[in-house]
Design a protein around this ligand. Structure first.
Ligand code: CA
Length: 600
C-alpha cells in the first residue's frame, strides 16, 4: 500500500516530453542564425565590428528572436511575448490569478543538457519498483521585462523540486506571487532543478546520478550562467546586480550560492533554509517515530499509524496556549501580545507547564505520552544512545497552529484510492520518497519512514549531504566581492529549526573575527512556521532590504513586518530585528504599530 501512495505522488509519467527537447541539428542551425543576428544587433559586445547597427532586440521587444539564440547545451523551447495588462501572477498552490497585472515581458522556457537517464518506476499491479529510461534536462523559465531595471533575480525552488514554477520573483512570505520582482522590473528565472516530477515530493529522479547532482547544486549554477547569457544577448549587457531569493529548499540553494558560487550573486536572501538538509531529514523521521509511538491503539491507516490521531484539535490548541502563557512576557519581551519576542528566554517545559491527564483527555491536559512526544520533537531527534541527529527547537506560539501540525501530524489530503483519502503530515509524505530514493546512497526505493533507524540510516545520507548540504562558514569569496546575505527563519518552523540557524550564524560570526554583520545578518520571525503562516507578522520585504544593502551600503537593522488576515491581529506590524536583538515595546503607543517597538 505504501508503494501505491508513492505512485500517486510520484508517477514517472510526467518526465520531460521528448518532443520538447530540440535536436542537435536544430541547435546547429540556430548557431548560424544567431551569428547573423548577433553581428547585426550587438556589434561591440560580440566583436563583430561596425558602429551603426540597429538597436538590440530588447528595444524592439522582440521575444521571438530569443528562440534563435544559440548557446551551448541549451534549447530554447519557447520565447513568447506577454503584453502589459494581460496576465496576472498565478498563486503557486491554487494556480489562481493573484495581485496586479504583470508588466510587458518575454517569457522564455529553456532546457539545459537534455539527455536520457534513469528513473524509478513502480508497477501498479505488483508494487515492484524498477528502473526505466527517462528524459531529463535542467529546465528553467526566464521572464525578461520590456522595461528592465538592469537587475537579475533567481527565484529559488522548494521540496524535491521537479516543478517549473512561474518565474515572477516571489519574495514576500505572506504575499506570495502577488508581490513580485518582475513587476519591479527585474529579469527573473526559476528552475525545476534538473528533473520533472508529479509533485515536489516525487523522488523518482533519485535513480539518476546526474539528476541528483543537478538537484543538489548544479542547476543553480547552470541556470544562472545560461540565463545571464540570454540576458546579455537580449538586453546587450550583463545585469548590473544579481539577487537570489528563496525559502526552504530555495533557502538551501541560496546559502549554497553564497558558499560555492560566490561570483553569481551580489545579494542573497535565504528563508527558512534547509542548509543542514541531511540532518534535518533525519530529524523529521524521528518526529514520525515519536508521534507514531503515541497514536491510540487501533488508529491505523494503510500506511501505518494514523499520526493525525496523536493529538486532538483541543490538545494542539492547549499546547499553543500553554507555551504563550509561559513565555509571552519573558526576558527582553515586555508585552503580553501573543508573540514570543525573546525565544531564547523561554523556559517552557511540557512536563511542568501542562497538566497531566488523570482521567479523560478533555482538552485541559495531555497524557504522559503526549508530553513525551512533544518534548522529544522539540529537543530534536537522537540516536538510541542519545546523540543529537540535528538540533533542538525553540518553544514558540505557532506550535498550536495548523501551520505547525501540517508537518508534524496531518493536514494534507492524499487520495489513496477512489474510496479512501488520508490526511497525512508533510513529515510523513516527505519521508516517503526523499530519504530512500534520493538521499540514500545506494538508493533504497522501498524505504518507509516508519522503519527509519536513527542509528544506521543517517550515515546513508552522508554521501548526498556532501553534494547538497550548505553548512560551510567559509563565505570569504562572497564577502570579498561585496556580497550580502540576509537569512530569516520562523521560530515555529517545524522543519528547519531557528536554533540551528542561530548556531550557524554564531559559527559564521566566529569565522569572521566574531562579527559577520558587515555582510551577513539573520532575522528570526516569532510565531512563523515554515516559510509563512502561524500567529506571526509574516508579511515583509527582504528584497528591498537586500537591495538597499547591496546598492546603497545600508545594512538592515530592522525589517518591518505585517500580520496577515488569518492571524488574531490582522494588520499588526512589528520590527523584525537583526539577531541577536529582539523587538521590545517602548511602553507607550498602540501595540499594533511597529513604530512603538525598538530592537534591543
Ligand atoms: Ca510578547
Amino acid at each position: 500500500m505504501l508503494f501505491f501512495l508513492q505512485s500517486r505522488l510520484s508517477s514517472a509519467a510526467s518526465f520531460w516530453p521528448r518532443a520538447l527537447i530540440a535536436n542537435p541539428l536544430k541547435v546547429n542551425m540556430q548557431t548560424k542564425l544567431w551569428t547573423i543576428i548577433a553581428c547585426a544587433a550587438l556589434p561591440v559586445l560580440n566583436g563583430c565590428g561596425g558602429s551603426s547597427a540597429p538597436p538590440p532586440p530588447a528595444v524592439a521587444f522582440n521575444c521571438a528572436a530569443i528562440k534563435d539564440f544559440s548557446l551551448a547545451n541549451l534549447s530554447v523551447i519557447r520565447a513568447d511575448r506577454v503584453e502589459a495588462n494581460t496576465a496576472k501572477p498565478a498563486d503557486p498552490f491554487s494556480g489562481a490569478p493573484v495581485g496586479e497585472y504583470l508588466p510587458a515581458h518575454c517569457v522564455v522556457e529553456g532546457a539545459i543538457n537534455a539527455r536520457t537517464g534513469k528513473a524509478f518506476s513502480m508497477n501498479p499491479a505488483t508494487f515492484t519498483v524498477s528502473q526505466v529510461d527517462a528524459s531529463y534536462a535542467i529546465g528553467f523559465e526566464l521572464r525578461l521585462p520590456k522595461d528592465w531595471n538592469g537587475r537579475f533575480f533567481f527565484q529559488g525552488g522548494g521540496g524535491l523540486d521537479g516543478l517549473l514554477r512561474q518565474a515572477v520573483g516571489v519574495f514576500d512570505p505572506q504575499q506570495g506571487a502577488a508581490a513580485n520582482a518582475l513587476a519591479r522590473g527585474f529579469a527573473v528565472v526559476s528552475t525545476d532543478a534538473g528533473h520533472r516530477g508529479t509533485s515536489a515530493f516525487d523522488g523518482n529522479f533519485g535513480a539518476d546520478a546526474q539528476a541528483r547532482i543537478d538537484y543538489a547544486y548544479n542547476a543553480v549554477d547552470q541556470v544562472t550562467l545560461k540565463s545571464k547569457d540570454i540576458v546579455q544577448r537580449y538586453y546587450g549587457k550583463q545585469p548590473d546586480k544579481s539577487y537570489f531569493v528563496g525559502c526552504s529548499n530555495g533557502g538551501r540553494q541560496a546559502m549554497l550560492a553564497s558558499q560555492r558560487f560566490a561570483s553569481h550573486f551580489d545579494g542573497i536572501v535565504a528563508g527558512d533554509p534547509g542548509f543542514n538538509l541531511m540532518n534535518a531529514v533525519s530529524n523529521t523521521l524521528t518526529d514520525v517515530l515519536a508521534v507514531a509511538a503515541i497514536v491510540p491503539p487501533g488508529a491505523t491507516t494503510p500506511l501505518g499509524p494514523d499520526l493525525g490521531k496523536a493529538f486532538s484539535q483541543a490538545d494542539r490548541a492547549l499546547i499553543g496556549s500553554a507555551i504563550v502563557g509561559r513565555c509571552d512576557v519573558k526576558g527582553r519581551d515586555n508585552l503580553a501580545d501573543g508573540i514570543i519576542s525573546d525565544p531564547q528566554a523561554c523556559d517552557f517545559n511540557p512536563q511542568a507547564h501542562i497538566p497531566t491527564c488523570t482521567g479523560a483527555n478533555d482538552g485541559t491536559c495531555l497524557s504522559v505520552g503526549q508530553k513525551g512526544a512533544l518534548a522529544a520533537m522539540t529537543s530534536g531527534g537522537k540516536t538510541s544512545q542519545g546523540a543529537p541527529l540535528y538540533s533542538d527547537y525553540f518553544y514558540d506560539a505557532g506550535f498550536g497552529s495548523a501551520s505547525w501540525s501540517i508537518w508534524k501530524l496531518d493536514g494534507i489530503p492524499v487520495p489513496l484510492s477512489p474510496a479512501l483519502t488520508l490526511s497525512l503530515g508533510l513529515n510523513q509524505i516527505a519521508g516517503m520518497d526523499g530519504p530512500g530514493k534520493v538521499f540514500s546512497t545506494p538508493a533504497n526505493p522501498g524505504f518507509s519512514p516508519f522503519a527509519f533507524n536513527p542509528d544506521a540510516d543517517p550515515a546513508k545520507f552522508a554521501e548526498f549531504g556532501k553534494l547538497a548540504n550548505a553548512t560551510s562558514t567559509d563565505l570569504s569569496a562572497y564577502k570579498s566581492r561585496g556580497g550580502k546575505l540576509i537569512m530569516y527563519n520562523g521560530n515555529s518552523d517545524p522543519l528547519f529549526s531557528s536554533k540551528d540557524i542561530v548556531r550557524y550564524h554564531s559559527a559564521l560570526s566566529a569565522a569572521n573575527g566574531g562579527d559577520a554583520s558587515s555582510f551577513a545578518r539573520l532575522f528570526l520571525v516569532p510565531g512563523m512556521a515554515h516559510c509563512s503562516g502561524g500567529p506571526a507578522t509574516d508579511g515583509f520585504d527582504p528584497l528591498t532590504a537586500i537591495q538597499t544593502w547591496v546598492e546603497q551600503g545600508t545594512a538592515p537593522e530592522v525589517i518591518v513586518a505585517k500580520a496577515g488576515p488569518f492571524t488574531p491581529w490582522p494588520g499588526r506590524t512589528r520590527p523584525l530585528c537583526a539577531h541577536p536583538k529582539v523587538a521590545v515595546y517602548k511602553g507607550t503607543g498602540s501595540v499594533e504599530d511597529a513604530s512603538n517597538f525598538s530592537c534591543q
